[in-house]
Design a protein. Structure first.
Lengths: 403, 600
């Protein structure tokens, strides 16, 4: 369902004095040097990329969305991918500048960029910092050569370590991505590796259990029986160990897979989990915005093919994807399933404000009570929190408690 | 209207898949019944399910015009019959409308169980039998061996059996000549009052209720007021016709003819197969013997997945029965499944087909419960009741004795599989009656309880014999048995739709298998789920489904929201479609799947 966007959805600034609504901006860079066998992101491998053309298109699409969602203030920017560390720093700078011009921020927003450890140079990182990036997320994945090989990564452990040092040297705020629950991984091995990572002292870690996604090379290998992931008990032991080790090190989980020192949480991602508005630009990017006054919430998604997207932006000022109106139940469901991923759970008042309905409306009272009885969640006066025990089975728990 | 000496009525009978419908195609073609454009393989199998499964379910009638070598022109009336044992009642009534049969035997397979069963039925109807050895084009065809087998096993003279290929058309002309030469012409009385046999009736979208008759004496004419002798009803005949194979109206049907008529009749159920049709103002003195109506032998509950569909299910059953009166239904309430219907069928294939038609033609989602047979229960108060549903079983203290239906099964199987078949029959409480040999094929007659056969005996038979065994049965009557009700408890609560009557000696092993099956079929939940089998208050088997320990998406950001939400909505919808028993969701297909004793 695609229709042209004509009417701005947040044009309240000039009429009434309201606190400008916060907005996060996600920029998707869809290119990688090679495709990792586990990855199902919207990524494409191209011999050459016309960075100038893409940069111009990002700026155009930003302007388009700015017209649609005006009067907001930018609270965070995230360059994700793909491999955004392949972008020229000048492009990153131009995009940041344009975003801040369209949605001026009172305080400097959090600006994150994802970087691959493959052949990073100090100068490049410095250029990104110069461009305005103030938080770097490094795709370390593992500090073990055999594992990196198994994961089909283009870098070895030594390169990863060098990138980690460099990131910490140049950026005040740093995250490392790691993938665990890998084939054959034991708790002892993982503990050693995790402690080594913690030793670097970054304020934030994203620790993901390896997920076999449909349509990936790993999916096919698993079907053929060539790839065997840890069984449920092992995966659970690895997960529990991860919680214990990070908590002891002062970086407890604030979301299923995200760990941070107090105050170091990723603001951009918190906005997703708290049901905030965000703009998504670039091939395959998604957005959620609207909900101002009586305006409906819209879900935007853009064409996944970089070439198609580029062509569309050239012609129509945006990727001409889908703009779909979310029903109040859909919106509430999304905020519920995202919010319950947080260790702090859902603030009922904030939920009601964001979703337009009280959270009780989409919960089965009986099932919620049963879950509370089984200590899978706590239903307080002002918030709902899934317990650590409940978080392990959150997907199933959601199916149970949703009315 | 043909004179009787120019009429030949015959049924094509055979074991399943021996080529009856294909042979009918060739005969229709040879007589120019359909143009090339209208012709297709097994053209008489017109129902979707028939075409998909490649089997005949309903007998079909066709009038062929044949110019014989003697220069005369004949009206040949062909009835193609189903081969599967569940539909043997169709064969039976088709035979009653004819003077002769074409017995088709696959020359590469030889005599099978339904070949025997059908020949005996034909002989009981005093039929002249023309034997046809089909599939002669196959390299594996062994006509000489099969001829001998026909003589040894059936006792028919196979000297003048005709070798044909229904595929290539070879030998078809010889069949046509043989029909004219060897089958007797009908010998009805032209002057006598109308006397016709009601062979079949069904609903047709264009014609309304269509009644297939075989006229024995007299004439059936448009505008005539007829009376159905057993039903005691009278109707005005609106149209009279024959199938060639498309319906074609004619002025009247005379003695010896097979054809149809329509009258303002609302429901197929109002017409009784086997009834005698006569003229209201000049009735015949003597009704035809008729035949016993088909009896349902397998019963199961059909419940709508969505309880709101109950009325839709009721209307659908009504509509389907308009067209096919071979099944029965009756409202039923289950503690676990809510309101639905207890339905009776002629066998498992019949059950499957009716269920599939309901789902397909009426867009219904159904839960099918464990199939059961009819038990006779002698009560302490002197009454005897019929039990169609294990859930209704009276308390043990009120029961004196339970009797169950038995059958006589005939099984033909190559020597090398005999051991496996004997074991299967033994495991199913069978009692061997007879074991004879015809060449390298053994013919077994076994006395078996129907409740051991109903569900998957046929599948098992095929699987242990690599498909080579064939099977047919006749009902034998009731015998007392040491039967107990096996209850299944899920999370401590009895699930009535899963209860069944079993022999006491089999109860423990049946209970264990059932618990294990359910363990695999019921998805894990957030808590552990005990599954138990019990007789009375005594638990005889138990399994536990472990609680789900880990199920959470690792990565969930802005780009994943839509997909994740849709998945949640889908799971939620799926959950709504499952029935909950003591907090546990049981998938709808588990009710039947659990009972496949299969590979254990
Ligand atoms: N090679 C060969 N195949 C044949 C011949 N006659 C029938 N067949 C095949 O045998 C299969 C069964 O044929 P049908 O005509 O459906 O058999 P049927 O006896 O009507 O089967 P039911 O009605 O289900 O009992 C089909 O695949 C036919 O194509 C023949 O003469 N030669
Ligand atoms: C969008 S990727 C981009 C990061 C960057 N391109 C890289 O690979 O270093 C973000 C992170 O998701 C994680 N990830 C991707 N696919 C995954 C999978 N199938 N299972 C678990 N984690 C995965 C990886 O840790 C990866 O660093
Ligand atoms: S994991 Fe990162 S580098 Fe690998 S294909 Fe995915 S986005 Fe590209
Ligand atoms: Mg057939």
């Amino acid at each position: 369902m695609s229709r042209p966007v004509s009417r701005p959805v947040n044009n309240v600034g000039s009429h009434r004095k309201v606190k400008p609504s916060p907005i996060a901006v996600y920029v998707h860079w869809p290119f990688c040097e090679s495709k990792c066998p586990y990855c199902d992101f919207n990524i494409h491998v191209r011999e050459a990329v016309d960075a100038d053309a893409f940069t111009a298109a990002y700026l155009k699409e930003l302007d388009h969305f700015a017209e649609l969602v005006s009067g907001a203030t930018c609270t965070s920017i995230f360059f994700g991918g793909g491999t955004p560390s392949l972008m020229p720093a000048s492009a990153v700078a131009a995009i940041i500048e344009r975003i801040l011009k369209r949605w001026p921020a009172a305080d400097l927003p959090e600006i994150t960029l994802e970087a691959n450890p493959t052949s990073v140079e100090a100068s490049r990182f410095r250029d990104y910092r110069q461009a305005g990036v103030n938080r770097l997320s490094v795709g370390v994945q593992s500090l073990r050569d055999e594992s990196l090989k198994m994961l089909g990564r283009g870098h070895d452990a030594a390169e990863a370590r060098r990138a980690m040092h460099l990131a910490l040297e140049i950026f005040a705020r740093v995250n490392f991505d790691l993938i665990y629950a890998r084939p054959g991984q034991t708790t002892t091995e993982w503990q050693g590796e995790l402690e080594e990572v913690l030793g670097y002292g970054a304020g934030h870690l994203s620790l993901y259990q390896l997920t076999i996604e449909r349509g990936t090379a790993f999916y096919a290998a698993q079907k053929r029986g060539e790839l065997v992931v840890p069984d449920e008990d092992t995966a659970l032991a690895l997960y529990d160990l991860t919680q214990n080790v990070t908590t002891r090190a002062g970086l407890p989980a604030y979301e299923i897979s995200n760990h941070a020192r107090a105050g170091e949480e990723c603001r951009h991602n918190l906005n997703y989990w708290n049901g905030g508005a965000y703009i998504g630009i670039g091939p395959g990017a998604h957005g959620r915005f609207g909900g101002f006054g009586a305006a409906p919430w819209l879900a935007s998604s853009l064409p996944r093919s970089p070439e198609r997207w580029l062509k569309a932006v050239d012609k129509a000022d945006w990727g001409v994807g889908d703009l779909i109106r979310l029903s109040s139940r859909q919106r509430a469901l999304e905020i519920l399933m995202m919010g319950l991923r947080l260790a702090s759970g859902i603030d009922k008042a904030r939920f009601a404000a964001a979703a337009g309905v009280p959270v009780e409306e989409i919960l089965s009272a009986a099932a919620t009570a049963r879950a509370a009885e089984s200590q899978l969640l706590e239903n307080h006066q002002d918030r709902i929190v899934v317990t650590p025990k409940g978080r392990r089975v959150l997907d199933r728990l959601l199916v149970e408690i949703v009315a | 209207m043909p004179a009787q000496k120019h009429i030949r009525n015959f049924a094509i009978i055979a074991h399943i898949d021996h080529g009856k419908s294909t042979l009918a195609d060739r005969l229709i073609e040879a007589c120019g019944g359909l143009s090339k454009r209208e012709m297709k393989a097994q053209v008489l199998d017109s129902m979707d399910i028939e075409r998909e499964r490649g089997i005949t379910i309903k007998a079909q009638t066709v009038r062929l015009d044949y110019q014989a070598k003697d220069g005369e022109s004949y009206a040949l009336n062909l009835i193609d019959t189903p081969g599967h044992v569940d539909f043997s009642y169709e064969v039976n009534r088709s035979l009653a409308a004819c003077e002769g049969s074409l017995l088709v035997v696959d020359a590469s397979q030889g005599v099978e169980a339904q070949t025997l069963a059908n020949v005996y039925q034909a002989l009981e109807n005093n039929h002249e039998i023309i034997t046809v050895l089909n599939k002669i084009d196959l390299p594996a065809a062994e006509p000489q061996r099969v001829r001998r087998q026909i003589e040894d096993v059936i006792g028919l003279d196979a000297a003048d059996a005709i070798e044909v290929s229904a595929k290539t058309g070879q030998g078809i002309d010889r069949i046509l000549e043989a029909l004219v030469e060897r089958l007797p012409a009908p010998a009805g009385k032209t002057e006598a009052p109308l006397r016709a046999l009601l062979v079949d009736s069904w609903y047709d979208a264009y014609l309304g209720i269509v009644i297939l008759v075989r006229v024995v004496d007299g004439y059936l004419k448009k505008g005539m007021k007829i009376s159905m002798m057993a039903a005691g009803t009278q109707h005005l005949v609106e149209q009279v016709g024959v199938f060639r194979p498309k319906p074609q109206t004619v002025g009247q049907l005379g003695p010896g003819e097979v054809g149809f008529f329509t009258a303002a009749i609302k429901e197929v159920a109002q017409t009784r197969v086997g009834d005698t049709v006569t003229e209201a103002k000049r009735p015949t003195a003597e009704a035809l013997p008729g035949f016993k109506p088909a009896q349902a032998v397998v019963f199961c509950g059909l419940f709508p997945v969505d309880a709101d569909d109950y009325n839709h299910l009721r209307e659908s059953l009504q509509r389907l029965r308009l067209n096919d009166a071979s099944f029965t239904y009756q409202a039923e309430t289950s503690a676990a499944l809510g309101v639905g219907f207890r339905c009776g069928f002629l066998g498992m294939l019949h059950l499957e087909i009716i269920r599939e038609r309901l789902q397909r033609e009426f867009d219904l989602d159904l839960i099918t419960t464990a199939p059961s047979v009819i038990y006779q229960i002698e009560m302490t108060n002197g009454q005897t009741i019929e039990l169609h549903n294990p859930a209704d079983m009276p308390e043990a203290v009120k029961i004196v004795q339970i009797s169950e239906p038995w059958i006589d099964a005939t099984i033909l199987v190559p020597d090398e599989y005999l051991g496996a078949i004997l074991k299967l029959c033994q495991d199913r409480r069978g009692r061997q009656q007879q074991l004879t040999y015809a060449g390298r094929r053994a013919m077994l007659v076994y006395h078996l309880p129907l409740n051991e056969v109903v569900y998957d005996f046929y599948d098992r038979l095929k699987s242990v014999s690599s498909g080579y065994a064939s099977f047919d049965y006749t009902h034998h009557g009731y015998e007392p048995g040491d039967l107990v009700k096996l209850k299944i408890l899920v999370n401590g609560e009895p699930v009535d739709a899963l209860s069944m009557l079993v022999h006491r000696q089999h109860a423990a092993s049946r209970g264990r298998v059932l618990c294990k099956r359910l363990k695999d079929l019921i998805p894990r939940m957030l808590f552990k789920i005990p599954i138990q089998a019990a007789i009375g208050g005594k638990i005889i088997a138990r399994e536990t489904i472990a609680a789900l320990r880990k199920d959470v998406t690792a990565k969930c950001y802005g780009g994943d929201v839509t997909r994740k939400r849709k998945l949640l909505e889908k799971q939620k919808a799926g959950k709504k479609r499952m029935r909950t028993f003591g907090k546990v969701e049981i998938p709808n297909d588990a009710f039947v799947a659990a009972l496949k004793m299969g590979e254990d």
